[in-house]
Design a protein. Structure first.
Length: 310
């Protein structure tokens, strides 16, 4: 394991889903501009939101039904991944390319949806690390709309001496995952998100802050903004923000957070979060400098007893 970074600078892109694009070349140009800005700002990693692939629907075939969107997006994914890998190799900035639907190579049963919602993390050292969404929303389980399978593996990887995990949107809302991660000494959790209401934003960002406290680590979360493209009979607005949460001993737990946004200018705002104090966070977690942190506390000795009323 290499010497861990003392500080880390991240770039968080509130991607504007409705930004007009005519083809893949135009989309890659937009991503390239964000990578250029991230590189110039000294960021090690650019983070895109969940389902940033919805931008591709700007140039989807006319009349594409909602149930056809996931298969069509999954068919485009290999082209997108090839282009993104080339950009990361050129700019030497890591890229968490949000998430996109991906076709499963082996489908366990005919009744199993053959697609997953997958995050791809491209690293300048040539690695491409993936994470499938583990807990699906009702929208992602509708055969007549978006129909996906859930992942079954949570990956932890090392980069620049940091131990990193990815929790996709709803996954960060699940305390059971946090409790299991606590045993693995995680430094950073990356959370690409897509939420359509203020309530959804509050859940994801509130739980991301809780995970930073529970894991005594940094948690970076970013979501899409703007109207989904192309316009549909039923509106699908995107409401979100960008934030980096840390243990409460540092700035009361909020290292960086933007106001919630419903609209965006241009391709969406790029936020540079500089000098996240990773060494200080590790010292709090490992050096006993936390005011109160129980560590890998599982509560094995606790019994739950239900008392019935008379």
């Amino acid at each position: 394991m290499s010497t861990p970074l003392e500080t880390l600078t991240l770039a968080l892109w509130n991607t504007h889903v409705y930004y007009p694009l005519s083809n893949f070349s135009a989309w890659l140009d937009v991503v390239e501009r964000q990578l250029q800005q991230a590189q110039q700002a000294g960021a090690k990693l650019l983070i895109l939101p969940e389902y940033m692939a919805e931008q591709w629907l700007n140039f989807a075939p006319a009349g594409l039904a909602e149930a056809e969107e996931i298969p069509w997006l999954a068919k485009q994914a290999p082209t997108a991944l090839e282009g993104l890998a080339s950009l990361v190799n050129r700019y030497k900035v890591g890229l968490l390319a949000g998430t996109m639907p991906v076709s499963l190579e082996h489908v366990p049963a005919l009744t199993t949806p053959p697609y997953v919602n997958r995050a791809h993390l491209f690293l300048p050292d040539g690695r491409v690390l993936t994470q499938d969404k583990l807990c699906l929303t009702p929208t992602e389980r509708q055969p007549e709309a978006w129909y996906l399978s859930a992942g079954n593996q949570l990956n932890i990887f090392e980069w620049h001496g940091l131990r990193i995990a990815m929790l996709i949107c709803l996954d960060v809302e699940l305390p059971v995952l946090s409790a299991r991660l606590a045993a693995h000494n995680v430094d950073l959790v990356l959370v690409p998100s897509m939420t359509h209401t203020h309530a959804g934003h509050a859940r994801v960002f509130g739980c991301a802050r809780a995970r930073a406290i529970e894991l005594c680590c940094a948690v970076a979360v970013v979501g899409c903004v703007g109207e989904a493209a192309p316009p549909r009979e039923q509106e699908r607005p995107n409401i979100s923000a960008a934030a980096v949460f840390v243990p409460s001993e540092i700035q009361q737990g909020v290292f960086y957070e933007t106001p919630v946004a419903t609209q965006a200018n241009g391709a969406g705002q790029l936020h540079i979060v500089s000098h996240i104090p990773m060494a200080q966070i590790r010292n709090i977690r490992q050096g006993g400098k936390a005011e109160v942190w129980p560590g890998h506390w599982q509560g094995e000795h606790v019994r739950i007893v239900e008392h019935s009323s008379r």
